[in-house]
Ligand binder design. Structure first.
Ligand code: MN
Length: 174
């Protein structure tokens, strides 16, 4: 049961979060970034893969600057329905606080995303409103990777210049 951990952590009689029933996927896999004002503000980065949303909690806002890596703590799979969830998780419940969609769109994996995910390195392009172009999610090695938490890094990759010398993809101005 890929969503068992997600369900075990939540009381669906109390939280407005989806229990998760949607499994059908669209033409392109989706991504979503949710700004979650929980006890600590963070950004939840989610990629549709294998019928669920693979999820990472990022303590700081994702950066479009290739020089600014972001710690991304791998967390439990979320149901696809979660991609449209916005609302308030009541006090006392897991993740209590407000959830708002910060960015959403589709993602395009480079290579086989299941293999990449299993190996701890995903290369992909995002087509969202705020985030676009090429990105990498990579599991940290060494001491950071040996901690109990499953630490990854979200890194913006340089986009190849388009013919004519202009950037291939440009993020929309805020
Ligand atoms: Mn969260």
């Amino acid at each position: 049961m890929p969503l068992q951990t997600y369900r075990d952590k939540r009381d669906f009689a109390r939280t407005p979060e989806p229990r998760g029933s949607r499994t059908r996927r669209g033409q392109h896999p989706i991504f979503v970034v949710q700004k979650h004002a929980a006890r600590r503000l963070h950004y939840d980065f989610r990629l549709e893969l294998g019928g669920v949303l693979k999820s990472w909690a990022i303590p700081k806002q994702p950066s479009r600057d290739p020089g600014r890596k972001r710690l991304a703590v791998h967390v439990e799979d979320h149901p696809l329905d979660y991609a449209t969830f916005e609302g308030t998780i009541p006090a006392g419940e897991y993740g209590a606080g407000t959830v708002a969609i910060w960015d959403a769109g589709t993602w395009i994996p480079e290579g086989d995303p299941r293999k990449g995910y299993a190996a701890g390195k995903l290369s992909f392009a995002l087509a969202g409103r705020k985030l676009s172009g090429r990105w990498i999610l990579a599991r940290m090695g060494g001491r950071a990777g040996e901690e109990r938490r499953d630490n990854w890094l979200l890194i913006k990759e340089k986009d190849p210049p388009a013919p004519g010398g202009r950037p291939a993809r440009r993020a929309l101005p805020r």
